[in-house]
Design a binder for this molecule. Structure first.
Ligand SMILES: *Cc1c(COP(=O)(O)O)cnc(C)c1O
Length: 397
């Protein structure tokens, strides 16, 4: 079937909720993907910060082959070893004592919101269930998580939204302090806002939130669906701030492209999820847990976060140098390999020019270009991306 015909079928048979680019990707290897016409692309999108170890990483592919030929699914009625090993590995390498597995970022955040409500009701009072989130945040597309998401464009048309959510400006401790009261069950924020524009808060923000939570009894939930698993140059982004959350959510990179979400929590908090109180049919199947185990073990053993920090510095230096000669660039920000380039113009046409030149990049909001390459990226590919960006940004508005 030729590409033109495929794209016609796509337009005809899919629900029209995605504004897709008119290429059909058929194969990937490391930093590169190929389309159905044989064109090669350098991938600085990584499936929206998912493919941390690059496409078809040998250890991940090996785990997929082996798990697929051993046991795909048994349900959570039974134990399975890969899920147990993965839970232990996550706890051994984080603040957490316990892990709940699910299938996406939205579901991980749903679990965190449900946990926070149940914990606050049992520990404090039956009317304590509010979650305070930040404006410009992104937490997912289910009704509860799209309510938590502080951007009206994602909510429009889906009202009525869920009760029990408040929003305050991001990186504003005073506003958070004013919003906190005896009904607050949790504060839910991203340690760096991804979709909202790669917004890095001040150094005192997360420690300040930690203090507010300690004083009030509210839980600190960090959404690390995008920032987790090494993306920001540490295994978890909260490590930069020198604090620990009570609850943390993961998905995107966790199984390097096989769908998986997870919610991590401290013992005292996790305890309220008594048998039967929450569940997921697919959560943590032996298959996906084996793939996540291979991914996470590789990230830890090969010190992938440190490499992400190094390559991130190299890219940001290159971009800041570029900003000196390219007036379209307003600001370069980010941490590790989650980088935002704020422009004086819409980012969409720049993404298109990059793709035409063989480079895949992302936007984060209207005027921010986002780079989120696989964490295995090497200098020559960074330099090639910088060269393509220089050309794409130097062109007419
Ligand atoms: C992508 C993302 C989500 C949603 O994850 P899905 O797997 O699409 O449900 C939630 N929070 C953050 C910070 C994200 O980047």
């Amino acid at each position: 079937m030729d590409t033109r015909e495929l794209l016609e079928w796509s337009a005809r048979y899919h629900t029209p909720n995605y504004g897709r680019v008119p290429i059909c990707l058929v194969r990937g290897d490391g930093m590169r993907v190929w389309d159905s016409e044989g064109r090669e692309y350098l991938d600085f999108a990584a499936g929206i910060a998912v493919v941390a170890l690059g496409h078809c990483h040998p250890r991940v592919t090996g785990a997929i082959r082996e798990a697929a030929a051993t046991l795909l699914h048994v349900s959570n009625l039974y134990h399975s070893a890969p899920q147990i090993h993965l839970a232990k590995l996550l706890c051994d390498h984080s603040f957490a004592d316990r892990v709940f597995f699910c299938n996406s970022g939205a579901e991980a955040n749903e679990a965190a919101i449900k946990l926070a409500r149940k914990y606050a009701k049992e520990r404090f009072a039956s009317d304590r269930y509010e979650v305070i989130a930040a404006r410009n945040s992104f937490h997912g597309r289910t009704l509860a998580t799209v309510t938590a998401t502080g951007q009206e464009k994602y909510q429009h048309g889906f009202e009525p939204l869920m009760p029990g959510f408040k929003h305050v400006p991001y990186n504003d401790l005073r506003a958070m302090e004013r919003a906190l009261d005896s009904r607050t069950a949790a504060i839910l924020v991203e340690p760096i806002q991804g979709e909202g524009g790669v917004n890095v808060p001040d150094d005192d923000y997360l420690p300040g939130l930690r203090k507010l939570c300690d004083e009030s009894g509210a839980l600190l939930i960090l959404d690390e669906v995008q920032t987790g698993v090494g993306r920001t140059g540490r295994l978890w982004a909260y490590e930069h701030a020198g604090i620990e959350p009570d609850v943390l959510t993961l998905a995107k990179a966790l199984a390097n492209g096989v769908p998986m979400g997870a919610m991590l929590a401290r013992e005292e908090v996790a305890r309220v999820l008594t048998p039967g109180s929450h569940a997921s049919t697919f959560g943590g199947t032996p298959f996906v847990a084996s793939v996540a185990l291979a991914t996470l073990a590789t990230v830890i053993e090969e010190k992938i976060p440190e490499r992400a920090a190094r390559m991130g510095r190299h890219l940001v230096e290159g971009l800041r140098a570029l900003a000196g000669s390219v007036p379209a660039i307003r600001e370069v920000r980010g941490r590790g390999l989650l980088i935002g380039i704020e422009l004086d113009r819409p980012a969409g046409p720049v993404v298109e020019r990059c793709r035409e030149a063989g480079l895949l990049v992302l936007t984060a909001g209207e005027r921010v270009l986002r780079l989120a390459p696989p964490l295995i990226v090497e200098r020559p590919d960074c330099d090639r991306a910088l060269a393509v960006l220089a050309t794409a940004l130097g062109g007419p508005a």
